[in-house]
Design a protein around this ligand. Structure first.
Ligand code: SF4
Ligand code: SF4
Length: 367
């Protein structure tokens, strides 16, 4: 199922992909030595996004996590990166598409230098970032991700629970600095995520922090209290919104309650002010229908005293037909309103250091 979706997604991306070299230099991506991302079927990918890596390195429902981490498949993926082939990476990975990876020769740090010079394919330490993307349940029905969630199959809490159990065995999290809790789906709807967050004894992982990515509708004081002492591990909260008015929110986030969201945003803002979390971000996926709310969204983020206000371009995860996507992808030069969009972004308000305009939105300004 996921393979079909990836195929569709890759077809779109092929048009944008050059090669794995930047100015004749060979690129390097450290993610296969850092990430352990698990999908709802238990398949593991050594990359932050389930959609970008096209080869699983093992399955947590059948194998021990340590065995997967240094499996033959993991080594094959790492070798392909060391050689600069990127054979198992989907060409739609933005790091490749927009050449955001560093030149292999300029990679710093002894850990990575050894990996490159010795072609180090197995690791004594565990992953630095663990991302159990194991439950697709959500309380909203956004058009944007409907296809991804559909293709990930039914919600099976028992399976997600087994995956979490497996991650908790043999001190697999001992070297992890970050546990990412987020989509596909809404993590705070999922009992699997919640029970794990609530009941796990993280005291043996003193360096571990949690980054929470949520639509924010359930992140209120009751939820915070439910997490008990483990809420102290949450260092970063990022809320995906895609709108700055109630009217647009209802269009972008069918099923969402704007007023409940605003109340929760104020609660999270207070957590940040009290120093109970280190980072508070809000995010917005930009498309034809909502881009004129970007400035209002910046104002909203500032009022909430967010550390980061993130804008990303619309990616077609197989949800839209080619013509629908063309009509929505305002960031593309071929879009009839792209010039107007570029002028809209050419406003000093977007120079604020708290604002992160992801490539290619930023690139649009430099055209
Ligand atoms: S798909 Fe992209 S981010 Fe993932 S390992 Fe490959 S280059 Fe790195
Ligand atoms: S809130 Fe996020 S996971 Fe849920 S439907 Fe919307 S985009 Fe998808």
């Amino acid at each position: 199922m996921l393979a079909t979706l990836k195929k569709k997604f890759s077809a779109f991306a092929k048009n944008h992909f050059g090669n794995n070299k930047k100015g004749g230099k060979q690129l390097f991506c450290s993610q296969p030595w850092e990430f352990f991302t698990v999908n709802p079927e238990g398949d593991v990918y050594p990359c932050r996004c389930l959609m970008w890596g096209n080869k699983s390195i093992g399955n947590l429902l059948k194998q021990n996590p340590w065995e997967i981490w240094n499996s033959n498949e993991a080594q094959r993926i790492r070798m392909s990166i060391v050689k600069g082939a990127f054979t198992y990476c989907n060409k739609d990975c933005p790091y490749l598409e927009f050449k955001l990876l560093p030149d292999k020769e300029q990679v710093h740090g002894s850990f990575y230098r050894t990996i490159i010079s010795d072609k180090k394919l197995t690791l004594d330490c565990g992953p630095r970032v663990v991302f159990p993307a194991v439950d697709r349940a959500c309380n909203l029905q956004c058009e944007y991700c409907s296809e991804i969630r559909k293709n990930l199959g039914p919600v099976l809490p028992q399976r997600a629970h087994r995956i979490y159990q497996s991650l908790s065995t043999d001190a697999f999290l001992k070297d992890a600095h970050f546990l990412l809790i987020g989509g596909p789906g809404e993590p705070l709807v999922s009992q699997s995520h919640l029970l794990f967050l609530e009941n796990t004894d993280f005291s043996m992982y003193p360096q571990l922090k949690i980054k929470l990515f949520t639509n924010g509708l359930l992140l209120n004081v009751q939820l915070w209290q439910r997490l008990g002492r483990n809420c102290k591990l949450i260092s970063e909260i990022s809320i995906s919104i895609d709108a700055a008015t109630e009217h647009m929110y209802k269009r972008m986030r069918p099923g969402g309650d704007w007023h409940a969201l605003l109340e929760n945003l104020r609660f999270i803002s207070q957590l940040r002010k009290d120093g109970r979390v280190d980072q508070f971000a809000v995010s917005f996926v930009v498309q034809n229908d909502n881009y004129k709310e970007m400035k209002k969204f910046v104002e909203m983020g500032k009022q909430l005293q967010c550390d980061c206000i993130k804008f990303t371009h619309l990616i077609n995860f197989g949800t839209f037909s080619e013509s629908e996507y063309k009509q929505k992808a305002i960031h593309k030069k071929t879009h009839p309103e792209n010039k107007e969009f570029t002028r809209y972004l050419d406003d000093p308000m977007f120079d604020d250091p708290r604002i992160r305009l992801r490539t290619p939105l930023r690139a649009g300004l430099q055209q």
